[in-house]
Design a protein around this ligand. Structure first.
Ligand code: ACO
Length: 429
């Protein structure tokens, strides 16, 4: 059987044969479908990319119906269980293979060699108002890095590209922690490169007068796993933004700032913050049924539920739910956990949610853990952006080196007025 699709245009009776590759047809092949020779040709209309593949990628695989997530072929559950460091997983995403011992040490040394930020970057951050949202500071500071490293624009030079990757992965925890310390009016804590990636971040966040910060091993492990779970998620909104901006061949700092901005929205990485606001609003177990009823009546959403791709339990949410018990054993149970569990119990039985295949996503439980560890709610999207930086960079690199890619530039269906003549002011209605 030929790997082709035969399309009959009932307007003209003409037939077209379009090649199929990977169960996909090329939208550009539709262009030959025309009524008149001088027509533009047929396009595919797909708002929100519901059924459009815009890239061929080898980085992350998701099967949303089965609840499968793999980075470079490795199941997320195995990565979360076995990886002692986030940096190993970042390496895997960027290089395609897990590092051997020597590669791991070199990689770690390269990233750790770039954890400090220029003192002028610190001054720039000091310029924000005392109550600036940490994600706004994070996004702006990432963008500002392009002015510190102008060579970053040489994106087709491999050595330059590598250097920016070390810099970005090394610096994002520092920028994030400085944003937090700024918003609390606390002195900035410089990186401690003897600590792990997660341990150093906790030190920059929470160290006070002690000469060496003692990292709580449960928090360090929890944060490492959370970082691993958030490191990549194929063509999500922020990664698509990274690729879209990167397709103009701008430097990676500018592209990353755009990706981080896309992440901030409540439908994406801002959802974990929104979940806790929702749990606060519900307030007590007694109010859960009324809240669910309101959601079903279209008065708001159950935040942390539903996903464009997962139509099954998000595998990351399963890992996080288990992790929550470990963290709560140290911190005491987050009082909102019972409300979350009850919401989940009802929603998983309720026809509205079952019919729409709405399950808890990664954000449903992550905020509860973050809050118990001492992170403020407005900081949650920043905690998402730190590890996702590796995923963004992996996709950016794949994108700019992909010979199939060009500047991202969708088409539109123009439905506005046809040509008309200028109307002088005194003739306007
Ligand atoms: N609560 C209640 N109903 C929902 C929810 C929800 N959380 N999510 C989807 N629905 C309903 C929709 O109203 C729609 O119902 P309808 O068919 O009667 O109109 C149906 O389920 C399908 O939903 P869509 O909005 O078409 O699904 P889409 O794929 O566009 O949206 C999204 C996915 C944005 C994640 C959505 O489920 C949502 O807004 N969830 C809440 C926010 C959230 O948790 N975001 C985090 C996502 S994970 C991440 O980015 C890390």
């Amino acid at each position: 059987m030929p790997d082709t699709l035969t399309i009959t245009d009932n307007r003209t009776g003409k037939q077209y044969e379009v090649p199929i590759e990977n169960d996909t047809i090329k939208a550009i092949d539709l262009r030959k479908i025309k009524v008149k020779d001088d027509d533009f040709g047929m396009m595919a209309y797909d708002p929100a990319f519901m059924n459009t593949a815009s890239v061929k990628s080898k980085i992350t695989y998701i099967d949303g119906d089965k609840g499968i997530l793999r980075y470079r072929g490795y199941p997320i559950e195995q990565l979360a269980e076995n990886s002692t460091s986030y940096l190993q997983v970042a390496y895997l995403l960027l290089h395609g293979e897990l590092p051997n011992q020597q590669q791991r040490e070199e990689w770690r040394a390269n990233v750790k060699g770039h954890t400090f930020i220029h003192e002028n970057v610190k001054k720039l951050m000091e310029g924000f108002r005392y109550d600036a949202h940490p994600m706004g500071m994070f996004i702006s500071t990432l963008a500002a890095l392009s002015t510190f490293y102008p060579e970053a624009k040489n994106i087709f030079d491999e050595a330059t590209r590598k250097k920016q990757i070390y810099r970005m992965i090394g610096k994002v925890p520092t920028i994030a922690a400085f944003a937090y310390r700024h918003s609390k009016g606390l002195p900035y804590i410089y990186p401690d490169n003897d600590l792990t990636y997660a341990g150093n971040f906790l030190s920059m966040m929470f160290k006070m007068a002690e000469p060496t910060y003692k990292v709580n091993p449960v928090f360090e492990r929890a944060l490492t796993i959370l970082f691993i779970l958030h490191a990549d998620h194929e063509q999500n909104c922020s990664t698509n933004t990274m690729r879209g901006i990167g397709s103009s061949h701008v430097d990676p700092y500018s592209a990353c700032a755009g990706a981080a901005a896309a992440l901030w929205g409540p439908l994406h990485g801002g959802a974990n913050e929104a979940v806790l606001h929702m749990l606060d609003e519900i307030g007590s177990l007694n109010n859960v049924p009324a809240f669910i009823k309101a959601v079903k009546e279209g008065k708001g959403k159950l935040m942390g539920f539903g996903h464009r791709v997962y139509k099954n339990y998000d595998p990351r949410a399963k890992v996080i739910k288990k992790l929550a018990d470990e963290v709560f054993a140290v911190t005491g149970k987050n009082p909102k956990l019972d409300i979350a569990l009850e919401l989940e119990r009802i929603a998983l039985e309720d026809e509205y949610f079952v019919k729409r295949k709405l399950y808890p996503n990664v954000d449903f439980y992550s905020g509860l853990i973050y809050q118990s560890m001492g992170f403020s709610m407005d900081f949650f999207p920043v905690l998402f952006a730190i590890p996702r930086t590796a995923g963004w960079l992996a996709h950016w690199q794949e994108h700019i080196l992909d010979p199939d890619q060009k500047i991202a530039r969708p088409r539109q269906i123009y439905l506005g007025p046809a040509e008309r003549n200028w109307v002088p002011m005194d003739k306007r209605k």
